[in-house]
Design a protein around this ligand. Structure first.
Ligand SMILES: Nc1nc2c(c(=O)[nH]1)N[C@H]1C(S)=C(S)[C@@H](COP(=O)(O)O)O[C@H]1N2
Ligand SMILES: [Mo]
Length: 445
């Protein structure tokens, strides 16, 4: 690279291009304008300023004085300017609130490691000093709670039996980026899902300890995260489940993930996990649970949030709020986690292909793969789940007949007879529940 003047040559040291994903579009923040703008000492254009501001999480006060191409010192330490402590290889949509998904090939482990579990925050995660497990308490209250009680985390661990279960956590918006017309919100591709092993106590045991009145119909959670506005009286999200789901064997209040502390961004030191249901019900940093005598009406339980139209609608339809119903279980779905999309493979040589399949209701019965855009399908080996609500591993062997471009498609069918669609499932205003077949690209060489 040629030096243009001595002052700016300094800013080139360690200069690396990086992408901030903004509403699904990858924005080249630095590299694109480098040469040109250094020559004419250009200023930040509005797009890169917005992305930089989002990435830093604060207004850049003297933005109008900032040379294009200058990497903010806040990012100077590494080549990965946007990162989440403890996470590795995730694509970051946003950092206020923090939202990041996992590329499919990084979900290859049978049990998702902490570093590869996605993050979906609606507000600002609590400061780590507020997450001291020795000071954590959980309050159980609400109209339908017979004897409201506050338990310390220690009491919770001592009083109730521990259970460890591997369970899928999937954001209802996973796959949203494919809908057209597009829905607003995080433009998830396929990575808003993971399946770690969770350890905790049954929510049922805790609710029964506090007494469930006969008129109880729902539970709601509150977490310690802050609303984006910083207003401490507001919740960023406060959702819940019907009492029947809350009392299921697998509905857990967990304090460990993969036998370690839960990562801060995933809800340490205490969170809920409701197997098979939209992950928005699985409250993080939980410090209060209410037993309600009506459907819980906390933040993001009402309006269009986490709801689908009661009936199929044409793309782009404005659906009245009273026709939107709460999402409960997640649909049947699968991922191809090996090989990585885009690789080249020698013609005529066996190619190992594998991934996971899951469903919110029952289990996955069959998994088929196709190499010819769905014309013919080959049955994969499919293993049973380690427990209800865990994903199931599948594997197959394919051979590329000749040189050229291929796609591998995977399609799961569950015990209810439901299959993944090969085209997009029903369009809906908020872009939820896209369970279309996963496709990856392969080059035969
Ligand atoms: N307190 C709290 N709980 C929360 C959220 C949140 O923002 N705050 N996000 C919900 C949503 S929408 C999802 S998809 C999951 C994400 O869990 P993860 O960040 O551990 O992957 O947490 C849910 N629980
Ligand atoms: Mo979500």
């Amino acid at each position: 690279m040629k030096k243009t003047d001595s002052q700016h040559s300094q800013t080139q040291i360690g200069m690396t291009a990086f992408n901030v994903t903004d509403a699904g579009h990858s924005v080249e923040v630095i590299s694109g304008h480098r040469e040109e703008s250094l020559n004419r000492r250009g200023f930040l254009n509005r797009l890169s300023l917005a992305s930089l501001t989002a990435a830093i999480g604060a207004e850049i006060v003297f933005a109008d004085k900032m040379p294009t191409g200058l990497i903010p010192a806040a990012f100077a330490q590494g080549s990965e300017p946007l990162s989440i402590p403890g996470k590795d290889g995730l694509s970051i949509f946003n950092n206020r609130p923090m939202v990041a998904e996992t590329p499919a090939h990084l979900l290859d482990d049978e049990v998702t490691p902490a570093k590869h579990l996605f993050v979906r925050n609606n507000g600002l995660s609590p400061a780590p000093e507020l997450l001291d497990p020795s000071k954590w308490t959980l309050e159980i209250a609400g109209e339908s709670c017979a004897e409201p009680v506050t338990l310390t985390l220690k009491e919770l661990k001592e009083k109730f039996e521990h259970h460890t279960l591997q369970m899928v956590l999937e954001c209802a918006g996973n796959g949203r980026s494919e809908f057209n017309p597009p829905a607003t919100g995080n433009q998830w591709t396929t990575g808003g899902v993971g399946c770690p092993k969770w350890t905790g106590v049954r929510l049922r045991d805790v609710l029964q300890f506090a007494g469930i009145k006969s008129d109880a119909v729902y539970i709601g959670y509150y977490g310690a995260d802050l609303h984006l506005s910083g207003d401490i009286k507001k919740s960023s999200i406060s959702r819940g489940v019907p009492i029947k789901k809350a009392l299921e064997d697998e509905s857990l209040l967990v304090f460990a993930m993969n036998s370690e502390d839960i990562p801060v961004e995933n809800g340490a030191p205490l969170r809920l996990i409701f197997g098979g249901w939209a992950a928005s019900t699985s409250g993080k940093w939980v410090n209060k649970i209410v037993i309600r005598d009506r459907e819980h009406d906390g933040e993001k339980m009402t309006g269009h949030s986490y709801r689908m139209p009661r009936y199929p609608v044409a793309p782009g339809t404005k659906v009245p709020t009273e026709d939107m119903v709460i999402i409960e279980t997640m649909p049947v779905k699968s991922l191809i986690t090996f090989p990585k999309s885009g690789i080249a493979h020698p013609v005529g040589e066996t190619m190992a292909v594998r991934g996971h399949a899951w469903t919110g209701n029952g289990d996955v019965r069959e998994l088929h793969v196709s190499l010819d855009f769905g014309m013919t399908w080959q049955k994969a080996d499919l293993r049973p789940a380690s427990n209800r609500y865990a994903w199931q591993h599948w594997s197959a062997e394919l051979t590329l007949p000749k040189k050229g471009y291929y796609e591998i498609w995977a399609r799961a069918q569950d015990s209810q007879g439901r299959s993944q669609p090969m085209v997009l499932p029903g369009w809906n205003p908020e872009g939820y529940l896209n369970n279309t077949c996963h496709r990856i690209a392969i080059q035969g060489v």
